[in-house]
Design a protein around this ligand. Structure first.
Ligand SMILES: [Zn+2]
Length: 189
C-alpha cells in the first residue's frame, strides 16, 4: 500500500501531500538558511515540500497559487541535539555524490519539527528556478539543533559524480529577495 505524509491546518485548506524534503546550507555555521529572521542567518534550513491534491498532480499544482506548501525548519549548531536528525544524516553516507539514491522508508517527517509550533507564513515562490509563485511558506520559529559534526557531514557531500573530483556542495541557498509588498503573518504574538 502506498502511504504518504500529509500536512494540514495552519494557513492551508485541506491536506497537502509530502513530495520531498531537502536542505540548504552554508560553507560555515554563520550562514546557510534562505530566510533571515531579524538579521539572523541560520547554519541550514530544511524544506518539506507538499502539494495540494486538488490539482491532481505535482506539476499542475506548481501553476496554482494554492498549489504548494513548504514547511521550513531552521538548523542551528549547538549542544542539545535533535536526535531525529541522526537517521537522515546517516543515510547521506550512501548518497555522497551526485546522482546517488537510497530508499528511505517509514519516515515521519514531523519528528524533525521543533517543540514549538509557532510559525510565520506568507505567500511566496520556490527558491530554485523557475521560482514558481505557488508556495504558501510556513516557517517554524524555533530552530532545531545539530552538531558541528553533522554540519560537516552536509558539507562533505560532493556536487560531482563518484568518478569526478570532489567538489563540496555548499552554499546552495538563494540570496534574500525584496519583500515586494508580501505580507508575513505570525501564528504567535
Ligand atoms: Zn528549498
Amino acid at each position: 500500500m502506498l502511504s504518504f505524509a500529509v500536512l494540514r491546518g495552519g494557513p492551508i485548506q485541506g491536506a497537502y501531500r509530502l513530495r520531498q524534503l531537502h536542505f540548504h546550507w552554508g560553507s560555515s555555521d554563520d550562514h546557510g538558511s534562505e530566510h533571515i529572521v531579524d538579521g539572523v542567518k541560520y547554519a541550514a534550513e530544511l524544506h518539506m515540500v507538499h502539494w495540494n491534491p486538488k490539482h491532481g498532480n505535482f506539476a499542475p499544482a506548481l501553476k496554482q497559487r494554492d498549489g504548494v506548501a513548504i514547511v521550513g525548519v531552521f538548523l542551528q549548531v549547538g549542544k542539545t541535539l535533535k536526535r531525529e536528525m541522526k537517521r537522515i544524516l546517516e543515510e547521506m553516507e550512501s548518497i555522497k555524490t551526485k546522482g546517488k539514491e537510497t530508499p528511505f522508508l517509514h519516515f515521519d517527517p514531523s519528528i524533525l519539527f521543533p517543540k514549538s509550533r509557532d510559525y510565520w507564513t506568507y505567500e511566496g515562490s520556490f527558491t530554485t528556478p523557475p521560482c514558481e509563485e505557488c508556495v504558501t511558506w510556513i516557517l517554524l520559529r524555533e530552530p532545531i539543533v545539530v552538531s558541528p559534526d553533522q554540519m560537516a557531514k552536509l558539507r562533505s557531500l560532493s556536487m560531482n559524480t563518484e568518478n569526478e573530483p570532489f567538489h563540496p556542495l555548499v552554499d546552495n541557498w538563494r540570496p534574500q529577495q525584496p519583500l515586494k509588498g508580501r505580507v508575513v503573518r505570525a501564528s504567535f504574538k
